[in-house]
Write a protein that binds this ligand. Structure first.
Ligand code: GCU
Length: 358
């Protein structure tokens, strides 16, 4: 039974505030939300700098005739914003389906700059009326300890300074800044998404940036959707050994001490309430641990309830494979197969967006 499994994890309470009060009203939840963001900033992902005052985009090329058989406009945009050490810029691809006044959009945090890509079925998205703004994460900063590009533009301390996940998440928010200025994009219907390490990134981005009406994490696993307490596969110890630069320096202190941490990943998910959250697992992806991803959704759900929106609507068991749960504010599926951002996943994300006009 799910409820028994959940009890065994002994997850920290979403609602117990730092001073012992219980956040049991929407107003107190606003305060608690702030506390939780501070905890994740200090202990896991590092502190996010203030957003720049303005962001500008230059369209470097535009194809409005041939792209995707003439069904879309394809722009290559260079985004620029101010940082404490001068202007920083990075490129992204913007695909906009024709035939709508304003298109809902996916902000896709991508492993590659290519369009389409094995993880990005661009034509399928266009055919279903979704725009996509996709950027390659290493155009923002290297996926290594090297503090290049965006990382070089801000002072950073070793303990609480942002890690790479925080930087990629920040970049996704800057794209949304720009998209809000575009008359052809419906920025009120913006969904941030990514796979695996970039699914972790999408969650941290959407947790902080409430302008995203929907957040999708695909196979994000450890330090993403999956709770760390009782998790199988990857652990905090392992992830902070192999990828310490994804996080702030403090995170490592929790390796092997998950049970003592004042946080776990269901609290990250709770920060997305009452907006739509869609967590996706793949059934052979034991490294990410589908059970811990799903339990995390169940444990985050009371935050939606507090805000008077149904959270996870599921029976008291692990969901069947390939049967997406889309009734509540938290959606979930476990897809047959392995670690991959597949068309099947994307189609279900789009079904969910269609259904709720997100
Ligand atoms: C590694 C890492 C995971 C990560 C994955 C990926 O497997 O251990 O935490 O999600 O890479 O990004 O593909």
């Amino acid at each position: 039974m799910l409820s028994e499994l959940l009890n065994e994890r002994h997850l920290p309470s979403l609602f117990t505030m730092n001073d012992g009060r219980t956040a049991d009203t929407p107003d107190l939840w606003r305060e608690r939300r702030r506390e939780l963001i501070d905890i994740f900033s200090r202990e896991e992902y590092g502190c996010t700098p203030e957003a720049p005052k303005s962001v500008s985009g230059v369209i470097e090329s535009r194809d409005d005739e041939r792209a995707f058989a003439g069904k879309a406009v394809w722009e290559r945009v260079r985004l620029t914003f101010d940082t404490p050490r001068g202007p920083f810029s990075f490129p992204f691809n913007l695909l906009i389906p024709k035939g709508q006044e304003k298109a809902p959009v996916f902000v896709h945090i991508a492993f590659h700059a290519a369009v389409p890509d094995e993880y990005l079925p661009a034509e399928e998205l266009i055919d279903r009326g979704y725009a996509v703004a996709t950027f390659c994460y290493t155009d923002v900063t290297a996926d290594s300890a090297e503090m290049d590009k965006l990382a070089a533009m801000y002072p950073r301390d070793d303990k609480t300074g942002w890690g790479k996940i925080g930087m990629w998440a920040f970049a996704a928010s800057r794209i949304l800044d720009y998209l809000t200025t575009r008359p052809d994009i419906d920025a009120a219907r913006a969904c941030v998404t990514g796979h695996s390490r970039l699914g972790k990134t999408a969650l941290w981005c959407g947790a902080q940036d409430e302008r995203f009406s929907m957040v999708v994490s695909n196979d994000s696993g450890c330090s993403g959707a999956a709770v760390s307490r009782g998790k199988v596969g990857e652990s905090i110890e392992r992830i902070t050994t192999v990828f310490p630069f994804w996080f702030c320096g403090n995170y490592r202190a929790w390796s092997g001490r998950e049970a003592e941490a004042p946080f776990d990943q269901h609290m990250l998910l709770s920060l997305i309430a009452p907006r739509r959250l869609y967590v996706c697992s793949a059934h052979t992806d034991t490294w990410a641990d589908p059970t811990s991803e799903f339990l995390s959704c169940a444990a985050a759900s009371p935050a939606w309830t507090l805000l008077r929106v149904p959270g996870l609507i599921a029976s008291d068991a692990m969901p069947e494979r390939d049967v997406p749960l889309m009734e509540g504010g938290i959606c979930y599926h476990v897809r047959t197969g392995g670690h991959f951002h597949s068309r099947t996943d994307w189609n279900w994300h789009m079904d969910c967006r269609d259904r709720y006009r997100l």
